[in-house]
Design a protein around this ligand. Structure first.
Ligand SMILES: Cc1cc2nc3c(=O)[nH]c(=O)nc-3n(C[C@H](O)[C@H](O)[C@H](O)COP(=O)(O)OP(=O)(O)OC[C@H]3O[C@@H](n4cnc5c(N)ncnc54)[C@H](O)[C@@H]3O)c2cc1C
Length: 320
């Protein structure tokens, strides 16, 4: 018996959200008196694979078939299902991501498992197996009771803060049989957003809206983001107007993010925008209109002109 954690790679490195999943899985293993095994798919060096141990995995299965170097939800689901069967895993944990979204339902079908998505707390085992998840774009919670023998938990970013140790985990190679049907969908190319800090993974985000007046003014947003080592984001009209790339659009129809800090500059705070950002841990709003709806959702608010406030904030961050 074991808890199995799918640790997703990004350019050969375990993603930060997957480090959280590993730590979460190790905690579930502790709760259930089992061990935590990581399954890692694709090319990565030995030290990176073994580093899953730092977050609590006691063993790593590595599927290195070259066909798996391109992330593929169908084939990856087959690999994780095979690993779960080999390890007799009854709980499977993975961090929510676009790849995980393509895998979870397939995985649940293959293993006849119960699935809870957007999980935000460790399971409550006092009476069955209950997990709390976030629903309706963060406006409500659901308490899911999973009764199937095998349970799949897709955890939301920032559900748990991983603690690292010096431990490394032994790595076993894992080669399940894969057939053509597993590659019925193939990824031909991947276009990645550029920038030092990628938005879906970012802990800190500086976001701006129509209050910036035009794309020529984004320098002050980028300077603050650089000073904080944050990613940049924007409201929908800003990307619709081509002031910023669509990959930066957050909200109901864009990316849903949950960073530790979200700084909204010149964004009104329409409900469709909040739907993508209201699960951020701390929200700071900078708006010249004291009646802007965003202030109702803010932890900290600055009533002021972004063209005055942002350069001063950047200067203060640099001074720190
Ligand atoms: C079906 C649907 C889906 C949608 N999906 C999304 C979505 O995913 N994401 C999204 O963002 N929107 C979405 N929208 C649009 C949404 O309703 C809002 O229209 C949009 O979020 C407003 O963008 P904004 O705040 O940048 O612009 P505005 O509403 O124009 O607000 C600009 C803000 O900047 C402030 N401001 C102006 N000048 C300054 C200054 N110098 N200093 C400081 N503050 C200043 C103003 O006071 C104002 O509050 C959606 C709408 C619909 C109908």
């Amino acid at each position: 018996m074991s808890v199995l954690i799918f640790a997703e790679l990004d350019e050969g490195k375990i993603k930060k959200s997957s480090q959280e999943a590993l730590f979460y899985g190790a905690k579930v293993a502790e709760q259930t008196g089992t061990s935590a095994t990581a399954i890692i798919i694709g090319a990565a060096d030995d030290s990176e694979l073994a580093s899953a141990g730092r977050f609590g995995a006691t063993k790593v299965l590595h599927a290195a078939d070259a066909r798996l170097n391109e992330p593929n939800g169908m084939a990856y689901a087959t690999v994780v299902a095979a690993a779960a069967q080999q390890e007799s895993s009854t709980v499977i944990v993975l961090a929510k991501s676009s790849l995980a979204d393509a895998m979870t339902a397939r995985l649940a079908g293959k293993l006849k498992a119960g699935l809870a998505a957007n999980v935000i707390e460790l399971p409550d085992l006092s009476n069955g197996f209950r997990v709390k998840s976030s629903i309706y774009t963060g406006k409500a919670f659901a308490f899911n009771e999973l009764k199937a023998d095998i349970k799949i938990l897709a955890i939301r970013k920032n559900t748990i803060t991983p603690e690292e140790t010096e431990a490394t985990a032994p790595v076993d190679s894992f080669s399940p049989s894969l057939n053509d049907a597993d590659f019925a969908i193939s990824v031909k190319s991947t276009e990645k957003a550029s920038g030092d800090v990628l938005l879906p993974e970012a802990d800190l985000v500086v976001s701006a809206g129509r209050g910036l007046k035009g794309p020529e003014n984004w320098g002050i947003v980028e300077e603050l983001a650089q000073a904080l080592h944050a990613a940049t984001a924007c409201s929908k009209p800003v990307s619709d107007l081509d002031w910023r790339p669509h990959a930066e659009h957050v909200g109901q129809t864009g990316l849903k993010i949950s960073p530790n800090l979200y700084i909204a500059c010149g964004i009104s705070g329409a409900i469709q925008h909040l739907a993508g950002v209201n699960s951020s841990k701390v929200i700071v709003v900078i708006n010249k209109d004291p009646e802007a709806p965003f202030f109702k959702s803010a932890d900290y608010g600055i009533v002021g002109d972004v063209f005055d406030v942002l350069p001063r904030l950047t200067k203060a961050v640099k001074a720190l």
